[in-house]
Design a protein around this ligand. Sequence first.
Ligand code: FAD
Length: 371
Amino acid sequence: MKAAIIGAGPGGLYAALAAVKHNVQVDLFEKRNVGEGIVCGECIFDSLDIMKEPGRGLMHPVDEVVLQGRGCYAFPLGRHRKLWMLDRRSWQQDLARCAVNHGVALYEHTKITPARLLEMKKEYDWIIDASGAPSVTSRLNHFSNDYFKEYLLAHQVVLAGDFSALWPRIKIVFLPDMPADYQPAYAWIFPKDTGRANVGVVCTVRGTLKKDKLDLKKMLAQMISKEGLDGAQVLERGSGMAAAGMLPRLVYDNIILAGDAAGLTSPLHGGGIDMACLSGVLAAEAIVNGGRGVAAYRETLNHYTQEKLALEKVTIQKMKTLNFEQFDDLLGGITSKNIFARFRTALGHLGMFYVTLKWFGTKKKMPDWPV
Ligand SMILES: Cc1cc2nc3c(=O)[nH]c(=O)nc-3n(C[C@H](O)[C@H](O)[C@H](O)COP(=O)(O)OP(=O)(O)OC[C@H]3O[C@@H](n4cnc5c(N)ncnc54)[C@H](O)[C@@H]3O)c2cc1C
């Protein structure tokens, strides 16, 4: 079987590694050099237990998240699910080296256009499109608007400064003046080490973006000032979007979408590295299993993600319906060291408590991760 994979991001790289393991002949096309041009907070919420140990771009696990509302609350999330800080450039370069060593043919600086994709459909048995959002397939098949019906919009900087007080934790700042229409919204400070951090702000856009009402750059500048980071030097700056839900259709003839190209980013926080890796592996397994495997692709994705998405849905609802003070009470309650306070909070938010228990309590046999 001969497969083409478009895009050497997390989705394309995991797809290439999984496909080659199944003896598929893989051509991997990347429009830049692998690891170039990444705009990302570089913190992976490893909800699917993909990562094993630090090394090769996987920097360190994060045990505690500082949640800032009216007060500051410590949430030891690392006890339940792992969070890692990544250096995506070296992580992706290492995955690409590993793929090439296993026989993947990697073509860097090779941009696939919609016209070229049309030709490739005849040359390959299967194509996995992991080109991000909007994907090459969406430009060929005219569905790019699907990514923009509801999406998370982010602006971020990499700062050089003193982050020793926060590192190795990360901080999420909830924004007091953000209207419910733009929720979920938050700002983040993710230290890479004691001297550098990815700092950004994200909010949700539904329908047409009203630029005069939403100035992410200004919001980020205000947050940086409030956090006492005015003196920090800006090393990089970038913006980007993430679709807030799986696209209605994932297969176009012999093309199968993975990662951001499939709309697989968290509607709660916009993170998508875990889902890109998962969908890359599942897309590769689907094509190996032929038409029936591909037909079951969406269902298999749902199987692995439904509990996590159920919790995200309830949390989004809370962010949209509670005012800032009520949301702060919720943060204080769930992070309280006092078991009775936690129990009282759970009783006040029974739906959330139920889906949280279901998510933490569900153990599934994961796919064979290729690395
Ligand atoms: C500001 C911001 C911050 C984020 N922070 C986080 C975070 O902290 N944690 C997290 O989990 N997620 C985060 N995300 C989301 C995360 O970046 C994506 O979900 C993830 O990168 C998806 O991986 P992917 O492989 O599907 O796509 P991508 O990483 O976008 O990779 C697509 C690849 O395809 C290549 N490509 C595109 N078009 C073509 C073409 N025509 N021909 C050939 N190659 C092509 C691109 O160059 C790229 O290398 C963030 C997103 C944004 C916008």
